[in-house]
Design a protein around this ligand. Structure first.
Ligand SMILES: [Zn+2]
Ligand SMILES: [Zn+2]
Length: 424
């Protein structure tokens, strides 16, 4: 950090506004005056605090892996599973891809991120090239840490199973809950801007900066990986070596392509069964909607609503939202940019929670293995559904939110010219 500079220039990641951030007091954060996105936050211990949370999270995860996670008993048969047994059981079914979703999103990626946060925060001596690579991967992986969504899925599956037997939690359930909270907290108090400044000072700029104007109008671009401000024509960032452009390259094309693919896959995801229940010799296929209807008719209204919102409303509204953002950025609609920005943030934040139903089915299929009495196996619909969630997440990531503000800036410029013309 340059301590002699009282202001530090930051380009907003969401609206491209150049903001001069004053020296922050501990525990405060600076937000963008135009779109209110958090630009920089200053924690009391910006490196040690996330590392401490990450370390505790890892310990909890380790404990969670040692003991049984959840159990179910019905008609004298008791079934107890650990986190690793979930993977074992699911990989023996026809749709073993489901085990991969669980393995990566709720164990491997969060654990990897926690190790990275510890190594970066504790000032362990690591070659700079490796540090740069680790930080790059860390922030890319952040959206794929879904441990807390898996936990929510476990709770929902409990409600689904309560009518069929005795549900209980094992010794590792509480540590896993703590792991979820701690890993969320570790990410919360890790500031990307600070972390990169610690690895290397931001590259110096040889031009005058005008605060309150967009980067694009001053021939500047933001490095989306390390938040450095660079000249627009510089395609490779000297600090993190990531390549980039003033706006995401072919953002709309990528977003539309991913959106169309996910829309096509969304049809089989809803029409095909997501799981098969064998009960006393008879098989019953059920789609996502069947699950909601069953829960509703059982009287579990809140859970039926959660599943309905997460699995049916969120993916559909998300696709509509992204399509709307694309159209708006191309000049159709001309909505208030603040409203479009709100939709973007909602789509980004809520989208991953659709994974909850995939995790519910994972837990059901792993836990309900009672032979002839009752057993549940995943069906092909769940794989389609998981892929839809992943594709829509990518679609939201490839969309460049700055296009919304560019459109509005362009409109204002045209208006100003028109007004000048009218006065003249
Ligand atoms: Zn902004
Ligand atoms: Zn960079």
């Amino acid at each position: 950090m340059c301590s002699h500079e009282s202001h530090e220039h930051v380009l907003c990641t969401q609206c491209d506004m150049l903001v001069a951030v004053p020296e922050l007091e501990q525990g405060t954060k600076a937000t963008c005056p135009r779109c209110h996105t958090t630009l920089v936050s200053k924690w009391r211990y910006p490196y040690k605090q996330p590392a401490a949370y990450a370390f505790s999270a890892l310990i909890m995860l380790l404990i969670a892996c040692l003991f049984p996670f959840v159990k179910m008993g019905a008609a004298g048969i008791e079934n107890e599973i650990s986190l690793f047994q979930i993977i074992e059981i699911i990989s023996t079914t026809r749709y073993s891809g489901l085990a991969l979703f669980f393995l990566f999103f709720s164990l491997v990626i969060p654990a990897f991120c926690m190790v990275t946060i510890i190594l970066l925060g504790l000032q362990v001596h690591i070659p700079k090239g490796l540090k740069v690579g680790m930080s790059r991967i860390l922030f890319q992986m952040k959206s794929w840490c879904m441990a807390e969504i898996f936990l929510a899925g476990v709770l929902v599956s409990f409600v689904k199973l309560i009518a069929y037997g005795d549900i209980g939690v094992g010794l590792s359930f509480l540590p896993y809950c703590l792991f979820c909270m701690l890993q969320v907290r570790a990410f919360q108090c890790l500031d990307r801007h600070w972390l990169w400044n610690k690895i290397e000072a931001a590259p110096k700029l040889n031009q005058k900066l005008e605060v309150g104007k967009t980067g694009i109008s001053q021939n500047l671009r933001l490095c989306l990986v390390c938040t450095a401000i660079l000249p627009a024509e510089q395609s490779q960032c000297p600090r993190c070596h990531a390549r980039g452009h003033v706006r995401r390259h072919q953002s709309i094309q990528w977003t539309v392509a991913l959106l169309l693919t996910s829309f096509l896959l969304y049809i089989p995801a809803n029409v095909l069964p997501v799981m098969t229940t064998h009960m006393l010799g008879s098989d019953m296929d059920s789609t996502i909607m069947d699950g909601v209807i069953l829960l509703w008719s059982d009287g579990s209204y809140p859970v039926a609503l959660i599943i309905f919102i997460a699995s049916i409303m969120v993916p559909s509204l998300k696709m509509i939202g992204i399509a709307w953002l694309c159209l708006d950025s191309q000049g159709y609609g001309n909505r208030d940019p603040h409203r479009m920005h709100f939709i973007y943030e909602l789509v980004e934040y809520v989208g991953r929670w659709s994974m909850i139903d995939v995790f519910v089915i994972t837990i059901l299929a792993a836990l309900v293995q009672m032979g002839q009495l009752m057993s549940i196996v995943p069906a092909q619909g769940v794989i389609f559904f998981g892929v839809v969630v992943i594709l829509t997440m990518f679609a939201a990531m490839t969309f460049d939110p700055r296009l919304t503000w560019d459109r509005c800036e362009k409109k204002n410029a045209v208006k100003a010219v028109e007004q000048e013309g009218a006065i003249g």
